[in-house]
Design a protein. Structure first.
Length: 183
């Protein structure tokens, strides 16, 4: 596979199925943001504190590649073979969230992102996930997106929030409460 094709030199790219669109197209921005999230997930996977979670993080990265494939496919094109997303993928995230939640003290306040660089990486991944979700919703309003994609990305941001709390606990880092100034 050749890395450069020169077909995008004038600002267009091809969706799966061949249709050419602007590289500034909402669909391209959407799956590009999912790709960015996948890179942040790789950075999270590389953190020592997450060595016991490597398998689930690789699973999530695989699902994000699947979501990217779904989003990169021309709407209505059934000729292109792409992997599928399943309800069980969401259940897997929910199980992980519930397991972490059971091991954490109840939340009594909003927390400021930070406390340890590894935790900060997780918060960045969470915010990129939320941005991807907003773009997916915008694309859904324009062209329609498979509902499981929307549901998965929403649940993933919940997972990342819980992961940030669990990492904070394991690293014995401080959770800094947000105390709004009301004056």
């Amino acid at each position: 596979m050749k890395i450069y094709t020169k077909t995008g030199d004038e600002g267009t790219t091809a969706l799966f199925g061949g249709k050419r669109v602007s590289k500034a197209d909402l669909r391209i921005d959407t799956y590009g943001t999912v790709d960015e999230l996948n890179s942040w997930m790789g950075l999270l996977r590389d953190q020592e504190v997450n060595s016991s979670r490597k398998e689930i993080l690789v699973f999530i990265q695989d699902r994000l590649f699947t979501i990217g494939s779904i989003l990169a496919t021309e709407p209505g094109n059934t000729k292109v073979k792409i992997p599928a997303l399943h309800e069980s993928d969401i259940t897997t995230l929910e199980t992980e969230i519930d397991t972490m939640d059971a091991a954490l003290p109840p939340m009594r306040f909003f927390v400021l992102p930070g406390g340890h660089s590894s935790v900060s990486f997780c918060h960045i991944a969470r915010t990129v996930c939320r941005r991807a979700e907003r773009l997916i919703i915008a694309l859904h309003a324009q062209e329609g997106v498979e509902p499981l994609v929307i549901k998965y990305v929403n649940r993933l941001s919940d997972y990342l929030f819980m992961l940030s709390r669990k990492m904070t606990q394991e690293l014995q880092a401080e959770e800094t409460p947000w105390k709004p100034k009301m004056e």
